[in-house]
Write a new protein. Structure first.
Length: 310
């Protein structure tokens, strides 16, 4: 029984990293036939339908309180509407590989928001060291020494804006939604439905779709919504529920690897030396800030007495 449970979350863990890593490839394909706003809308629409079907099949009722829907509406802006549009726009200017690597900054952005904007976390030396290391990694990933054109600056800025939005969103969710009695499936379905309704008028006003008989971009958009926004949430919930906390949060380390692999293999995008090196520095910074790397142990009174005795 225990072995089966462990194998179950391990499979879900790898699948989750693969799906989120492939999302940047699917966005790039979707942009071949749709505008960034339409890519975001298709992702939300397919995701909402998937989650509503899951809720119906499990007989899960959607939230009934107006206050909860208000929180979900705000969360949809921060975790769905804004970042989905920004990442889609960003990938019109930069590679899917670079977008996937910049996405690895999400835990770092969440920590910065909690520390300096909302002041919800204690300011400790190892946390500051981790933030500094992570920010250095961002500079290495984007290769600041080589300079940028306006187009690339806009793409990088859009992706970093999406990451910052995620940082605010995860902090907001922890503050307002973590103690609600509703099931995770109900909250996720409600959140994605709100996001779909938010992006719909933007899609109608500014979107444009030109299929030209291309099937693969349409399949990519369906995969982006059904898998990336629907199934991935269920996998994430399974991992969080059954895996150790330190393992569950480390999916951040797996997603960039898949993003790089599919970007290079299927899109033929170049991989510059500084991109994986910078990503490793970012992930090291995250590990330091989360206290995962060993730190010098402070001396206790017993240690001091032993030193004096010697």
């Amino acid at each position: 029984m225990i072995r089966r449970r462990i194998a179950g979350w391990q499979v879900s863990f790898v699948l989750l990293g693969a799906i989120w890593g492939c999302s940047f490839w699917w966005i790039k394909l979707g942009l071949l036939v749709a505008s960034p706003v339409d890519v975001a809308f298709a992702r939300l629409l397919f995701g909402a339908v998937t989650l509503l079907l899951i809720a119906a099949s499990t007989r899960t009722a959607l939230p009934s309180r107006a206050r909860t829907w208000g929180h979900l509406f705000v969360l949809a802006v921060l975790l769905n509407s804004a970042p989905f549009i920004l990442f889609s726009y960003g990938e019109t200017r930069i590679s899917a590989v670079l977008a996937g690597l910049l996405n690895s900054c999400t835990p770092l952005a969440t920590l910065i928001v909690a520390l300096f904007v909302l002041r919800k976390e204690p300011l400790r030396p190892f946390v500051m060291a981790g933030i500094g290391t992570g920010l250095l990694g961002v500079l290495v990933v984007i290769g600041v020494w080589s300079g940028f054109g306006v187009s690339q600056v806009l793409g990088i800025g859009a992706c970093l804006g999406a990451v910052i939005s995620y940082g605010f969103g995860f902090t907001f969710a922890r503050r307002h939604l973590s103690r609600l009695p509703n099931s995770p499936v109900a909250l996720a379905a409600g959140q994605v439905v709100c996001g779909t309704l938010q992006v719909l008028p933007l899609s109608l006003a500014f979107g444009h779709v030109h299929t030209h008989g291309q099937l693969s971009p349409l399949l990519a958009l369906a995969a982006l919504g059904i898998l990336g926004t629907g199934v991935a949430y269920i996998l994430n919930f399974h991992v969080v529920r059954h895996a150790p906390a330190t393992v569950a949060s480390s999916v951040t380390y797996l997603t960039p690897a898949f993003a790089v692999a599919v970007g290079v293999a299927f899109l033929g995008e170049p991989l510059r030396w500084n991109e994986p090196v910078g990503a490793l520095v970012i992930l090291a910074g995250i590990s330091i800030s989360q206290g995962r790397l060993p730190r010098p142990r402070s001396r206790t009174r017993d240690d001091v007495r032993t030193l004096r005795a010697n």
